[in-house]
Design a protein around this ligand. Structure first.
Ligand SMILES: [Zn+2]
Length: 197
């Protein structure tokens, strides 16, 4: 079927929300989010385009619609790729992911403000900037520890630094959901949450 409209030719009809406030959650072909952190979202234009290009199935829609002279089209709130994309196995070593691994807590005192990083083995002692030597630390602790080894400073990380898996980060990330989560996303974000015993 050929659809003779493109996102550019569609005029917006705002019913409940402005289209720009209607991103689509993008799921892989197995119905899991393409990525959790950051959450895989497309702006509505991109989601609509992918629908017209037949690359995704629509699983859920917003009330908000866009229309061309002849058709009205509800904006997708959840789409799933038709072709499975192999997810990354190892999370990237980024600032955000280190914080996420450490649950946004200073690994020395538990503070959640003024966070930075600490080299457990200081760089001046040959410590490297890797998953295994970097922990989240608040600025005061970072300053206090300075160039000392944990033993010298008597400061030991609460959790030994480790290279997390995507699953580890997903588990921690559930405690820090993005500010905006549409209700239609919940089933896809939380369906595999482990239940408390
Ligand atoms: Zn601290």
């Amino acid at each position: 079927m050929t659809v003779a409209v493109s996102p550019e030719s569609l005029g917006a009809v705002s019913k409940t929300m402005k289209p720009d406030a209607c991103p689509a959650l993008v799921l892989n072909a197995d119905f899991r989010p393409l990525s959790y952190y950051p959450l895989s979202l497309w702006p509505w234009q991109e989601a609509v385009k992918a629908v017209f290009l037949d690359r995704v199935n629509i699983l859920s829609e917003y009330e908000t619609a866009v229309r061309s002279p002849t058709t009205e089209f509800k904006l997708p709130s959840v789409v799933a790729l038709k072709t499975y994309v192999k997810p990354q196995r190892n999370p990237a070593f980024t600032r955000f992911n280190v914080f996420l691994r450490d649950r946004f807590e200073c690994q020395y005192c538990g503070a959640t403000d003024d966070l930075t990083f600490d080299h457990v083995i200081p760089r001046s002692r040959g410590g490297q900037t890797t998953w295994l030597n970097i922990v989240t630390a608040c600025s005061p602790c970072n300053l206090r520890k300075g160039g000392k080894l944990p033993k010298q400073a008597d400061m030991f990380p609460r959790q030994a630094p480790y290279a997390p898996t995507v699953h580890d980060l997903q588990t921690n990330g559930r405690q820090f959901p993005p500010n905006y989560l549409h209700e239609s996303w919940m089933d896809f974000l939380y369906w595999d949450t482990e239940l408390d015993p």
